[in-house]
Design a protein around this ligand. Structure first.
Ligand code: APR
Length: 260
């Protein structure tokens, strides 16, 4: 993949910074999956721009009455059904595959994704934390166990009791107002503590606690590299900014670093 003349120079500087770094991790957002047919939430054409952001009471409403919550979720033609259609038909794109290649080559050591679409795992990434969960898994709110779940099986938002402990089972995807599972948050913080460079790939970097990860790395002198076609809240904190799609820039970065 040849870099576009518009962003060849920043890509070259990013490659240099990555080579100089001791340990590189990535924070990924919805922009990574745009070219897999899944809408972003913010920025031009974003889902929340069009239908409004869910309330922080979403998780409390689920706990109060899971069946009623599901009914509301499944309103035909609503934002959820657009998101669901995207998720059901999505395939990993060249950006996901390039990121898996950077892991396989030992260039990117760990990946924190805010996406629930399972596309990184399907593209081959293994050193991965899904900070907002994964729609292709269920999670028990009592014992924490996670099980694979097929969203194409008809009911995309699983309800019911945990097969291991009989507790409350839900989608592993984190709802608005739901705490990030402690095991995942701890791992993300440990990875930031061990790293000195973070790639910010297709994220508006405005939703905490995920958005706190690049700030924590920056605060201890780590360096940030952003790949995003648009300016974000964190662009000014980044040492290198590549104004491009991750689908184009990541394969070009692989070519520059691995020569393929
Ligand atoms: N390549 C890279 N980035 C892109 C592309 C692309 N082709 N197209 C759009 N973008 C960028 C947008 O400019 C925007 O900055 O992707 C970003 C998407 O931002 P958001 O929609 O806010 O997604 P994200 O950062 O993942 O949001 C974090 O918010 O609503 C919650 O749980 C949801 O995980 C999500 C979290």
């Amino acid at each position: 993949m040849v870099a576009n003349a518009l962003w060849h120079e920043p890509l070259r500087r990013a490659a240099e910074l990555i080579r100089q770094s001791r340990r590189v991790i990535a924070l990924v957002g919805a922009g990574m999956s745009v070219d897999s047919g899944i809408p972003t939430f913010r920025g031009p054409g974003g889902l929340w721009q069009r239908v409004g952001e869910p309330s922080d009471d979403d998780f409390r409403d689920f706990l109060e009455d899971p069946e009623a919550w599901l009914q509301r979720r499944m309103t035909p033609g609503g934002a959820e059904s657009e998101m669901l259609q995207g998720l059901l038909n999505a395939q990993p794109n060249a950006g996901h595959r390039a990121l898996a290649k950077l892991e396989a080559e030992g260039i990117v050591q760990f990946l924190v994704t805010q996406n629930v679409d399972d596309l990184h795992a399907r593209a081959g990434s293994r050193q991965l934390a899904e900070i907002h969960g994964n729609i292709a898994k269920t999670r028990c709110l009592d014992c924490g166990s996670r099980q694979p779940f097929d969203i194409a099986s008809g009911q995309a938002w699983p309800l019911g009791t945990c097969p291991s402990c009989g507790g409350t089972m839900k989608t592993d995807a984190v709802l608005f107002g739901e705490p990030i599972p402690a095991d995942v948050m701890t791992r993300c913080e440990q990875e930031v503590a061990r790293s000195d460079c973070m790639l910010l790939l297709g994220t508006s970097a405005g939703v905490f606690p995920a958005a706190g990860l690049p700030l924590a790395l920056r605060k201890k002198g780590g360096r940030l590299i952003e790949i995003n076609p648009y300016v974000t809240d964190i662009s000014s904190d980044c040492e290198v900014v590549i104004r491009a799609s991750t689908t184009d820039a990541l394969p070009a970065l692989v070519s520059m670093l691995v020569g393929e």
